[in-house]
Design a protein around this ligand. Structure first.
Ligand code: GDP
Ligand code: ZN
Length: 387
């Protein structure tokens, strides 16, 4: 189901919430905060007697048989808790309000895009890539500009005006100077927020500032696998002191956009605004040189739109000619350049790299050492799940 902008519609919250209340009355409910191989770290909800406890869980075989994937952010029902061993099994997944594929996060409500005013210098085209990607995820988008301490106030004013015309009202930060506006805390409170943006803008610094005991938590949780969770490629949710979750998602920081060129108009507030006032002559207008276009104009990011639409058309053409067996595929880079790269075989024929295989085996050995005689934890484990 999609809404009028073509975004995935959110499932009715009320049903999910009431089902959760009913379920919570008789069982243990928690949130999946991290996933690794076949294991899920589940933090139990405030409603239970064991509020806040974290259990390392497996997934019941029947969930696996019915193909139900457990994602970070999922609200789940736990069976057979072993309080001493801090283990459990996930018996059911409660209905999701939202689902993101890349990064795989359930029930996220918003994306916080972080940029810097300097070091690295804001790059408007790159910012548009991130903004479009965030808009395309169908979640609420919040924008923050960090490192205010590095620029003259006039630069901040200039960017404020500029972003206003793009349709965004950013929050201004200097993590360095401890300048984190109350509005940001309010925005994040009780929400599941995906934090992303270019590298070096201060995302990790911000997360650490918002969750001062994070390093403690990271080392405590990582004990099971004997290495820092931050070094893994998995999404992880961190709990904010005043309620709410932050997803630290390395995977979202590559601004590759996965939508058709015709959907792009939904992801620019400026275009949405224009189309609200006047429709284009043709319903399938791509807003390039079509007669009677209501979008074409001298607004600042129109050139970004044109570049993105070109890139997406190239991408689409390359996908359509996929059958030509050239062994080449095209990727659009951050700078908006089309780049050829060798095509990999479909996943099922792809060899598992030696590195992934070794890592998977290391994890498995570590788990066996950690779990001792608890063979239940190895239920349904296969090398496929680990790599
Ligand atoms: P990430 O790659 O987005 O996670 O960025 P980091 O949090 O690793 O920060 C990158 C660099 O920016 C580090 O050297 C930080 O110390 C620095 N940094 C972070 N926030 C601020 C800030 O508010 N002002 C200044 N001047 N530097 C900052
Ligand atoms: Zn048009």
């Amino acid at each position: 189901m999609t809404d009028k902008l073509g975004r995935p519609a959110a499932a009715p919250q009320t049903n999910a919430q009431s089902l959760e209340r009913e379920t919570a009355a008789e069982s243990l409910v928690g949130t999946v905060t991290a996933v690794q191989a076949n294991y899920y770290w589940v933090k139990l909800s405030a409603a239970s007697d064991w509020a806040g406890a974290v259990l390392l869980c497996t997934r019941r075989a029947r969930l696996k048989k019915t193909g139900q994937q457990v994602m970070v952010g999922d609200r789940v029902v736990i069976e057979e808790p072993d309080w001493q061993g801090q283990r459990g099994a996930i018996a059911a997944i409660l209905p999701r309000s939202t689902t993101l594929d890349r990064p795989p996060v359930a029930n996220a409500s918003q994306i916080l895009l972080v940029f810097a005013l300097a070091d690295p210098q804001p790059e408007p085209l790159q910012m548009s890539w991130f903004l479009v990607k965030a808009e395309a995820a169908g979640l609420r988008v919040a924008v923050a500009l960090n490192k205010c301490d590095l620029v003259d106030p006039s630069v901040q004013t200039e960017w404020s005006d500029r972003l206003q015309t793009w349709g965004y009202a950013p929050l201004w930060l200097s993590v360095y100077q401890g300048q984190i506006p109350t509005d940001l805390n309010l925005t994040l409170q009780q929400q599941t927020t995906i934090v992303c943006g270019p590298s070096g803008v201060g995302k990790s610094s911000l997360i650490n500032a918002l969750i001062p005991d994070l390093s403690l938590r990271v080392s405590a949780v990582s004990g099971k696998l004997g290495r820092g969770r931050h070094t893994t490629r998995h999404v992880e949710l961190f709990e904010l002191p005043r309620g709410g979750l932050l997803a630290d998602t390395p995977g979202f920081n590559q601004p590759d956009i996965d939508c058709g060129p015709e959907a792009l108009e939904n992801y620019f507030p400026e275009i949405r605004q224009r189309l609200k006032q006047q429709r284009c002559r043709f319903s399938d207008c791509l807003h390039r040189d079509e007669p009677g276009c209501a979008v074409r104009g001298s607004w600042e990011r129109y050139k970004h739109y044109l570049q993105l639409v070109e890139d997406l058309l190239c991408q689409q053409a390359a996908q359509l000619s996929d059958t030509d067996d050239t062994g080449v595929k095209y990727k659009v880079t951050t700078a908006g350049q089309r780049q050829a790269e060798p095509r990999l075989a479909a996943k099922k024929y792809r060899r598992i790299s030696r590195r992934s295989r070794n890592q998977a085996l290391q994890d498995l050995c570590q788990e066996i050492v950690d779990t001792g005689d608890n063979l239940e934890i190895l239920e349904g484990l296969s090398l496929d799940d680990l790599t």
